[in-house]
Design a protein around this ligand. Structure first.
Ligand code: MG
Length: 362
């Protein structure tokens, strides 16, 4: 059994590649928390987690002061056991965002190690369903962009063969949102999926009103219309509209997805591998969604999610937001509007250690 002999964590600030705004926030920087593991047989592995600008130092402190010491001497192959033990050891702060983000950095490192030891890529070891998955673009749909910029972005995505684009909504007036969405639909025609995302910004009454106004536009989904803890609000909204309701990027435990799915409040599941606590709980959510005949279209982290969506039968889309190019060699492979899962053993992310060291803040 390979014993963990070294476990370290660090914090790296990665600059955002482009201005990104939605109805409630701007993406300031990607605080990336790395965990590096070494085993007594000489294997090394790297996992990571992130925030979009706040809390990274708290995640780092939890790892260094509490979680990582538990790993020293542990059998690295017991991934479920280690996740459960670490979760239990943080009983006073779970379920919580900081703890889930910290657990994810450890868990993704354990999966990197598991895949490397097996000599298999993540997409195969985690399930192995298909090598490539459809990609939709979010980079052309930010809220500060003009209608003309949204249209040109969507046309460029369509020309590149991508099957979908996501546009942020939540302008002050409903007619402003409708004008922007209708202009894009008119330009691209009926054959391109258009997703919209409100980032939890709306009241229930406003979300119902906007959903009704959006219905003629043939949208693929209405994402985070309401605050994520309002499950009953999502239930009522899902019953009142034909637009699929998408949730999940702001949920921090697998069990929270059970409530949404059992009550018919999620038509698309957007489980985020960092926010839910790692690959181990991510796969549980994905398989749970499969039993409800619901697609998984995860939030952000395309470099890792491409392998996870490729691993499962109910994966539908990967979200295109390139954000690791400054700290990796190469980049996501895209062919005919599909993201191709890497075949290298491990997570398949080729980290640029010098670039990471240059951006290390702690
Ligand atoms: Mg979103």
């Amino acid at each position: 059994m390979p014993k963990i002999v070294e476990a370290t964590a660090s914090l790296v600030d990665i600059e955002v590649e482009t201005l990104r705004t939605d109805a409630v926030q701007a993406f300031v920087k990607q605080e990336t928390v790395f965990v590096d593991l070494t085993t007594d047989d000489g294997c090394t592995a790297t996992g990571y987690s992130y925030t979009i600008g706040t809390g990274g130092s708290s995640v780092l402190a939890l790892l260094r002061e509490h979680l990582l010491p538990h790993l020293i001497g542990a059998d690295a192959t017991l991934v479920e056991r280690l996740w459960t033990d670490l979760f239990a050891s943080t009983r006073a702060t779970t379920v919580g965002a900081i703890t889930s983000l910290a657990l994810a950095a450890v868990d993704t490192a354990l999966w990197d190690l598991r895949c490397k030891r097996a000599g298999e890529p993540l997409w195969q070891l985690a399930g192995g369903f298909r090598r490539s998955v459809p990609l939709y673009d979010t980079e052309g749909g930010w809220l500060h962009l003009s209608t003309e910029e949204l249209v040109s972005g969507a046309l460029a995505s369509r020309a590149a063969g991508w099957p979908g684009v996501k546009l942020k909504v939540g302008k002050e007036r409903v007619d402003q949102d409708v004008e922007r969405l209708a202009a894009v639909r008119d330009a691209v025609g009926p054959g391109l999926d258009i997703m919209v995302d409100a980032n939890q910004s709306m009241t229930h009454a406003e979300a119902r009103r906007r959903a009704a106004a959006f219905e003629p536009l043939g949208l693929a989904w209405f994402e985070e219309p309401l605050p994520a803890d309002d499950v009953s609000g999502h239930v009522a909204l899902a019953r009142s509209t034909t637009i699929p309701v998408a949730v999940g990027e702001s949920l921090y435990s697998a069990a929270q997805f059970r409530d949404y799915l059992a009550r018919g409040a999620a038509s698309v599941v957007q489980v985020d591998v960092a926010r839910v606590g790692g690959i181990t709980p991510w796969l549980k959510v994905a398989h749970l969604a499969e039993t409800f005949n619901v697609h998984v279209c995860p939030h952000f982290l395309m470099e890792l999610h491409v392998s996870l969506v490729a691993a499962i039968p109910n994966g539908r889309y990967v979200e295109h937001i390139p954000q690791l190019r400054a700290v990796t060699h190469g980049q996501l492979r895209i062919e005919d509007g599909h993201a191709v899962a890497p075949d290298a053993p491990g997570l398949g992310i080729d980290w640029n250690r010098d670039a990471i060291d240059d951006r290390r803040t702690a």
